[in-house]
Design a protein around this ligand. Structure first.
Ligand code: ATP
Ligand code: ATP
Ligand code: MG
Ligand code: MG
Ligand code: MG
Ligand code: MG
Length: 278
């Protein structure tokens, strides 16, 4: 390839490869979705159509990027996890973030009419920001996922109570906000139950737990233990061979992508799906 006198400008580009051998989480978040939700009259506290659309877009991202191990979504945000051995785009942060953000946004808009058939999109169109964070240990990664799911729970309990006070209790926004100030989870559960006969435990799982998207292989029954596989794992070099990486990629591309609303804080979810973190 010919070198032009202009080509030196390439040297101004800064490397942004993420730390090797760490779990990469790319979290995206809808820009100005408080306003966006008002514009399209999202049901409060939870618009099921909007969540289903987020999940459909996340599923599409997962199937276009087999390197993603698992994703977790709540409200207008989604976290996508790349395996620590992932070498996609040489782990360049800007490439990973922008590819996820643009793929997700493209599908969100493409699929909009499926979930909101009666309300066509008009500018300003939905857009998402994104960031990438590296987590060095499985514990850090699981704590990250737990953090997001706890956030989902806290927000949903608050919002469910807040909107019950308004929609069923006839309160104004300020009045409801005032009443909930300084309350604990138990107080909110009590308000829901005594005033509105709502048992929070019976609320839909998708609202209480958020959405986990992952590739489905064979479940491991609780209590079984595969020592041979474990020994194999220990012997395995951190950097996989090219062949193995290719095979894994093909296997992942073929696996069914499922969306569930499960507890990802406790060990059980991870113990039963050892391929997610191994
Ligand atoms: P920013 O651009 O800083 O992210 P934002 O307005 O998007 O601003 P967030 O903290 O991301 O702020 O909050 C998301 C907003 O979108 C909340 O107000 C939430 O109520 C609304 N929202 C998102 N999804 C839904 C949904 N499925 N149903 C109802 N409201 C939703
Ligand atoms: P990467 O994902 O690495 O960017 P790529 O296939 O997109 O891979 P580019 O170097 O970005 O590689 O090249 C863009 C490709 O798209 C070229 O092959 C180019 O011929 C084609 N292309 C883009 N725009 C047009 C166009 N307007 N007309 C014809 N071909 C186009
Ligand atoms: Mg934000
Ligand atoms: Mg937002
Ligand atoms: Mg948000
Ligand atoms: Mg290109």
């Amino acid at each position: 390839m010919a070198n032009s006198k202009f080509e030196y400008v390439r040297n101004f580009e800064q490397p942004d490869n993420l730390l090797p051998n760490t779990w990469i989480v790319v979290r995206i978040d809808g820009r100005g979705f408080t306003k966006f939700a008002n514009k399209y009259v999202f049901e409060k506290p939870n618009d099921r159509r909007a969540l289903d659309l987020m999940n459909a877009a996340a599923r599409a991202v997962m199937s276009e990027l087999p390197e993603i191990t698992i994703a977790y979504g709540i409200s207008d945000e989604y976290s996508f996890v790349f395996h620590k051995s992932c070498i996609l785009f040489e782990r360049r942060s800007s490439k990973l973030i922008t590819t996820i953000v643009s793929t997700f946004t493209a599908y969100y808009i493409h699929l909009w009419s499926t979930y909101f058939p009666d309300t066509p999109l008009s500018p300003p169109l939905p857009s998402f920001d994104g960031r990438a964070v590296c987590y060095p240990s499985v514990q850090n990664l699981r704590d990250y996922m737990s953090w997001r799911q706890v956030d989902c729970h806290i927000n949903n309990l608050y919002n469910t109570t807040f909107w019950a006070l308004i929609q069923q209790g006839g309160m104004g926004n300020l009045e409801a906000e005032e009443l909930l100030k300084g309350t604990y989870a138990a107080d909110k559960n009590e308000i829901l139950f005594s005033k509105f006969s709502i048992n929070y435990n019976n609320e839909p799982e998708i609202y209480k737990k958020g959405s986990v998207v992952f590739r489905d292989y064979e479940l491991v029954e609780p209590g079984t233990h595969n020592a041979a596989a474990e020994a194999d794992n220990l012997a395995e070099p951190v950097q996989q061979s090219k062949n193995q990486t290719e095979n894994d990629k093909k296997r992942r591309a073929k696996a069914r992508i499922v969306i569930e609303h499960l507890d990802i804080i406790k060990d059980e979810f991870w113990d039963r799906r050892p391929w997610l973190l191994s």
